[in-house]
Design a protein around this ligand. Structure first.
Ligand code: HEM
Length: 413
């Protein structure tokens, strides 16, 4: 079979780590799709895939790509001594959990986690989400102006996930810190031992905490996700303790930053784009399509990654075993080959097959929950502050390049 060797695109590669990637990555994505749809990035040490069809195919490719031990590649460039220092973190990344496994383990682990995410369980969280949203926005309305991220979009998902995992109310700040620390070193370019050590410390603290909670729930089952996971059995097989701890970490980190970004982005786009907010007030039935459009327009998780398990040819270039591939979801969602007027935010968009929750066997298990959180927050905002607007100059992006969403979003009630 013939294939091309990758061309060097130093200019484009430099743009991937430039401030423009935080401010507005979409012109960069457009160039990638046109000029180098499968690009080797020296800066990211990974293949970068940007067209919709390629991202979708790559997310579904179980034959050549793997989720197992994919983070191990992040440590490849470190010295032996640094790698030894990070042994506990590397051990954790070598564990299989629902997101970090391939079939057949993935099939078993996903079935176990799904037991904790049945439609009934998710629906039962509705009243709690509504109470949290009413409480938070009720406080905010009294202030007149408030930071929607700090007061609602950030705390609400973290409180919910901490409660789902069975943590007592006073321990919520721990979850917030652990989540930020654990994710901190990923997506910053090449891993540094300093940042990875912060992640390792918080991860070990979290595992210690969750291990005690799991023992407690096995002894005294309660009606929560952690009990369901601790007791989950599928074909007679339980989770191992390492798998269970890794899954708790996935739920904490996967279910939190992403949802914060979705809720913040949704409200920002509605208040900032033309008459979207008025349209929604006049026709609240548009809420669901507005949420899908926010998911498409500014994907909360901009990129996904896999380990290449077999050398193979993709998009005309050879991808080597044990290299990393980044699937640019944020770019796929703006591909003009797939979406009409991809750069316009249109809450009436009918066809919206975005890839923000992934695709294939790892499709996001928390998607119904994230959508419900977004819907309830929006309904509550519409009812408590129908006349709200953005405060001028009261916006800045959050700072992690793999995610996209507001870090601050000031609103006047
Ligand atoms: C807007 C919010 C969210 C976004 C954008 C998002 C995005 C994603 C994406 C792109 C994947 C695929 C990963 C891959 O293919 O490797 C994924 C998987 C996953 N997500 Fe989410 N997620 C969100 C919310 C949540 C929530 C709230 C939870 C749970 C509380 C959650 C739990 C999971 C789990 C467990 C997986 C792994 C599924 C598997 O590997 O089979 N996510 N998510």
């Amino acid at each position: 079979m013939s294939f091309q060797q990758p061309h060097a695109h130093p200019g484009l590669d430099d743009l991937l780590v430039s401030p423009a990637m935080m401010e507005d990555p979409y012109p960069i994505y457009a160039r990638l799709r046109r000029e180098a749809p499968v690009l080797w990035s020296e800066r990211w040490q990974a293949w970068v895939v940007s067209r919709y069809d390629d991202v979708a195919a790559s997310l579904k490719d179980k034959e050549n790509l793997s989720n197992e031990n994919r983070q191990a590649l992040l440590f490849n460039h470190l010295s032996e001594g640094e790698r030894t220092k990070l042994a506990p973190l590397r051990h954790y990344f070598a564990q299989k959990d629902v997101i970090g496994s391939d079939p057949p383990d993935h099939t078993r682990l996903r079935a176990l986690v799904q037991k904790a995410f049945t439609p009934r369980t998710v629906a039962s969280l509705g009243p709690r989400i509504r109470a949290l949203a009413s409480d938070m926005l009720g406080q905010a309305v009294k202030q007149g102006r408030f930071d929607f991220v700090a007061d609602v979009a950030h705390p609400l998902p973290v409180i919910l996930i901490a409660e789902m995992l069975g943590a007592p109310i006073q321990d919520r700040p721990l979850f917030k810190r652990w989540s930020a620390d654990i994710l901190g070193f990923q997506g910053t370019g090449k891993t540094t031992v300093e940042l990875a050590s912060v992640s390792q410390k918080s991860l070990l603290e979290m595992f210690d905490y969750m291990s005690r909670l799991i023992d407690e729930r096995r002894a005294n089952p309660q009606d929560d996700v952690i009990t369901a996971l601790a007791l989950a059995e599928e074909s007679g097989q339980r989770f191992t303790r390492d798998e269970l701890l890794a899954t708790c970490n996935t739920l904490l980190t996967a279910g939190h930053e992403t949802t914060t970004n979705l809720i913040g982005t949704l409200v920002r786009l509605l208040l900032a784009t033309g008459d979207s907010w008025s349209q929604l007030k006049a026709e609240p039935a548009l809420i669901d399509s507005a949420i899908e459009e926010a998911l498409r327009y500014d994907a909360p998780k901009q990129r996904n990654f896999r380990r290449i398990k077999k050398t193979h040819v993709f998009g005309g270039v050879e991808l080597g075993e044990n290299q990393m591939i980044f699937q640019l979801i944020g770019s796929a969602n703006r591909d003009p080959e797939r979406f009409d007027n991809p750069d316009s935010f249109d809450i009436r968009r009918m066809e919206n097959d975005h890839l923000s929750f992934g695709s294939g066997i790892h499709f996001c298990l928390g998607a119904p929950l994230a959508r419900m959180e977004a819907r309830i927050v929006l309904e509550t905002l519409l009812s408590l502050m129908p006349g709200c607007s953005l405060v001028e100059g009261g916006f800045k992006w959050q700072e992690r390049v793999q995610f996209r969403g507001p870090g601050e979003l000031w609103i006047k009630s």
